[in-house]
Design a protein around this ligand. Structure first.
Ligand code: HEM
Length: 373
């Protein structure tokens, strides 16, 4: 399932692309004599510094986008998390931005960048970016994940067991599930020792992702930055333990940490730590969100639910038969995941219909004119 998510990740078209404009330089340009004045898109920059951050994060973001779109059209200016920015929401404009990597560099608001760490893949281009991309992909190729399918099954079974007899919030449960799977794919079995500490710190950290970058005691940002340091220390311990093990053992570790720590790669400990936190950030809520949409869509389409259930039950039955024949317990295998064409189609269709990542960020490296704005 991780593979499907990874594959889809690279082809997902984010409906709304949210890019940061170098508004200061644009304003300078507008007021410099003898230059053609390009008007800024319509919209409001809100309050000084705070901008319209609270309007975006205190309500359903879709409501924010829809009301702005209705008022100003598909391109409008705003001010979010301390950054003046232009929001675009048409497929044409998104294509314009995403196909001009030389004009728009990857970025995130300050709060996210400080929490993930400046060495994380999201803030880079060129050779370093290409190398990280290769290392991340390597850890999620079939070759690397086929051996952890039984462990993922076991995490799923534990999650289901823990839900029995209580009212649950599906998205929260999916987040716990995807966090456990993420730790397994990143650290392999090494994660067990540190799971609770990693979880405690990460859960505080994520609360600050969308906070204003104000580092004063009591603010979400301050709390998150404090646990970010703790996370770095835990990761340093995990990296050091792994390094010792790698010297003693001959076998390569196929998890993400093993991929980052491969001899030839030459990543520093900080680069490894920032990218481990970055991958948890990229993988967790996105995957949990898809899983939640799948539950919703299956609930709304009983005939599809029935067909998916039949497909899954056929696999369970074949396992039970094997168990009887060979008299040993049979767990889910990589080969079994290939016997789920309908389930895979449901995942693909959910990715198509649900807008998992509703916006993302780019920074214009120079003034850009699009449709006269
Ligand atoms: C279905 C779930 C997922 C969705 C919808 C999704 C979506 C996306 C999107 C749209 C981007 C591009 C963002 C941008 O360019 O601004 C992205 C980047 C990324 N995602 Fe995912 N993703 C998912 C799952 C995962 C998983 C499981 C991983 C774990 C490896 C992951 C790792 C990454 C990484 C490392 C990047 C940065 C890639 C780069 O800069 O080249 N994602 N994802």
């Amino acid at each position: 399932m991780e593979l499907n998510f990874l594959n889809s990740m690279f082809c997902i078209f984010a409906f709304v692309v949210f890019f940061l404009f170098v508004i200061n330089s644009l304003i300078t340009k507008l007021f410099t004599p003898n230059r053609r004045k390009i008007p800024l898109p319509p919209g409001s920059l809100g309050w000084p510094y705070i901008g319209e951050t609270f309007q975006l994060y205190s309500q359903n973001p879709n409501v924010f986008f829809a009301s702005k779109q209705k008022r100003f059209g598909s391109i409008f200016k705003t001010h979010i998390l301390g950054c003046p920015c232009v929001m675009i929401s048409s497929p044409e404009a998104a294509k314009f931005v995403l196909s001009r990597a030389h004009l728009f560099k990857p970025t995130f608001p300050v709060s996210k960048e400080r929490m993930l760490g400046k060495e994380a893949i999201f803030f880079h281009q060129g050779d370093y970016h290409a190398k990280l991309r290769k290392l991340v992909l390597r850890a999620f190729m079939p070759e690397a994940i086929r051996s952890i399918v039984p462990d993922i099954e076991s995490i799923a079974k534990d999650s289901l067991k823990s839900c029995q007899g209580r009212l649950i919030n599906t998205f929260q449960e999916m987040k716990t599930f995807t966090f456990n799977v993420a730790l397994l794919s990143i650290f392999g079995k090494d994660e067990i020792l540190y799971r609770e500490d990693l979880k405690r710190c990460y859960y505080i950290l994520e609360k600050g992702y969308n906070s204003m970058p104000i580092n004063l005691p009591g603010t979400l940002f301050h709390k998150s930055m404090k646990v970010r340091k703790e996370l770095a220390q835990i990761l340093a311990k995990i990296i050091s333990t792994r390094r010792q093990r790698m010297q003693l053992e001959e076998e390569d570790h196929k998890d993400l940490l093993g991929s980052f720590m491969g001899d030839k790669e030459g990543l520093t400990d900080q680069q490894i730590a920032d990218n481990v936190i970055g991958v948890i950030f990229a993988a967790r809520d996105t995957t949990a969100s898809v899983l939640t949409w799948i539950v919703k869509y299956l609930g709304e389409n009983p005939s599809v639910l029935q067909a998916v259930t039949a497909e899954q039950e056929a696999i369970i039955r074949s396992k039970e038969e094997e168990e009887e024949e060979e008299e040993e317990e049979k767990v889910l295998s990589w080969a079994d995941t290939k016997k789920m064409p309908l389930t895979c189609r449901v995942i693909q269709e959910t990715l198509r219909v649900a807008s998992i990542l509703s916006f993302t960020f780019r920074e214009a490296v120079e003034d850009v004119e699009y449709q006269g704005q």
